[in-house]
Design a protein around this ligand. Structure first.
Ligand code: UQ1
Length: 440
């Protein structure tokens, strides 16, 4: 399962052959938009199956980030280097890397237009573009970010500042925010609060810091079983929880955060301004512009696919997975892994004209909610049924050292060595023997 050192060293040479500029071949059996976790999981399997030159991956970034590690980086528990690899090293060897951004999609003409104006024609398209961070949607935030205690684990440019600022914090208010938009990894906005709490305790300054989690939502977590667990964690750690508080402005020079009150209470619509000494921001997020304005999008701008088959509802040669898709479940790498199995099965059946029964996605997603060093609540559930789907026999709502070890040490290896290579599609097979009495 694990790549040997020499294999890693050999890879960049292979890249010279398969990485091309947009001027090279302009027609592919399959175009995959996005070299993130979902896009590469699909491209690895499909390019091996369809042969060299059949699959193109459109990806402008020359770095691939393993985003599930970002919470650990922000808390100083892992170096950023662990979460970063050259894109060239993770691109599947049989795929052609088109190092450009998609600018528009014309599904009626089976073509993608790139940032430089050139066009790529496709027989089949997989959209795995991810989701866009929208710091600018919060007034004053772009200017404040990265200065005077304002950081965000969501941005590779600012994730290390979370740890820097927490190490310097001695007293005052530490605020942690969660926006009203759909986001990736909905657990991350509060995970960092608990890790920060531990860090401040270790530094002996915890009692001098008031810690508060401000969420625009009306619950601390979507699934009741884990919401109850996280409420207990927040309470036991002295992290206050303010529901229905949506961050709308940050005044960097004044060190204040302004929240708009949502919900239907008497104060709804009012704003409240809170001084901060440390502010961890989860930015609002939105689909990338080229998707929002494309015929592939639903009204909210996400690629409109059938929730079970992952096939587009209007263009049958188009599929989507991951954060850019309309799939009504929580956006995580674990969800993308499970989705990748279904997508590959159904797309290959379509390409090869097989009559195999369609695979169906059940909404599986997982949120490893790290609460301290060696403690983690491993939420696993279906976003469709709202029911837990736990892999292991113990109650995963309890903070567990095993769950921490799995998330901090095992799953990163699974991510690099298996998910990106198309051979990991979630723990469903493990669940059958590790939790045989699970109803799922
Ligand atoms: C998972 O499959 C996955 O994909 C590689 C992750 O991303 C790093 C995860 O964080 C988690 C939790 C899963 C789910 C896997 C198990 C064994 C619970």
């Amino acid at each position: 399962m694990f790549a040997s050192r020499s294999a890693v060293l050999r890879r960049p040479c292979a890249r010279l052959m398969s990485s091309v500029s947009a001027a090279a071949p302009s027609s592919y059996k399959l175009v995959v938009i996005g070299g993130g976790a979902g896009g590469l999981a699909v491209a690895s399997t499909l390019s091996a199956r369809l042969g060299r030159g059949a699959v193109a991956v459109v990806e402008p970034s020359d770095v691939h980030y393993q985003q599930p590690l970002f919470t650990f980086v922000g808390a100083g528990l892992k170096p950023l280097a662990d979460a970063r690899r050259p894109m060239a090293d993770v691109m599947p060897p049989d795929a052609t890397w088109v190092r450009s951004a998609a600018a528009s999609v014309d599904p009626a003409a089976n073509a993608v237009t790139l940032a430089d104006g050139s066009r790529l024609a496709y027989d089949y398209l997989v959209v795995a573009a991810g989701i866009q961070l929208d710091f600018a949607a919060v007034r004053g935030l772009p200017e404040a970010l990265g200065k005077n205690g304002v950081a965000s684990n969501y941005s590779p440019a600012h994730v290390q500042q979370t740890f820097e600022f927490l190490q310097r914090l001695r007293r005052g208010n530490a605020l942690f925010t969660m926006p009203a938009t759909p986001i990736k990894c909905a657990g991350a906005p509060q995970k960092i609060a608990y890790l920060a709490e531990e860090l401040l305790r270790e530094r002996g300054v915890r009692d001098a810091v008031d810690m508060r989690y401000y969420t625009a939502l009306g619950k601390i977590f979507a699934v009741d079983k884990y919401a109850a667990a996280m409420s207990r964690v927040a309470e036991s750690r002295g992290v206050g929880v303010n529901l229905f508080h949506d961050l709308v402005a940050v005044d960097g020079p004044a060190n204040t955060a302004t929240f708009k009150l949502l919900g239907s209470g008497p104060d709804a619509g009012r704003t409240t301004t809170v001084p901060y000494d440390f502010l961890h921001v989860t930015p609002p997020m939105k689909p990338f512009d080229f998707l929002r304005t494309s015929p592939l999008a639903n009204a909210a701008g996400f690629v409109e696919v059938h929730p079970r088959s992952l096939q587009h509802v209007r263009f049958p040669n188009v599929y989507s997975l991951g954060d850019c898709s309309s799939l009504p479940t929580s956006k995580t790498a674990a969800a993308a892994a499970a989705q990748s199995r279904v997508l590959k099965h159904n797309l290959l059946a379509q390409i090869e004209g097989s009559a195999a029964p369609a695979a169906e996605y059940d909404g599986y997603t997982s949120c490893p909610l790290v609460t301290a060093k060696h403690k983690l609540v491993l939420a696993e559930f279906s976003g469709y049924s709202g029911k837990p789907q736990e892999t292991f026999f113990f109650n995963q709502a309890n903070e567990h050292a095993f769950s921490y070890w799995l998330t901090a040490d095992v799953l990163p290896e699974v991510y690099w060595n298996s998910m990106l290579k198309g051979t990991w599609s979630g723990p469903a097979a493990i669940r059958k023997f590790a939790n045989p009495t699970s109803s799922n």
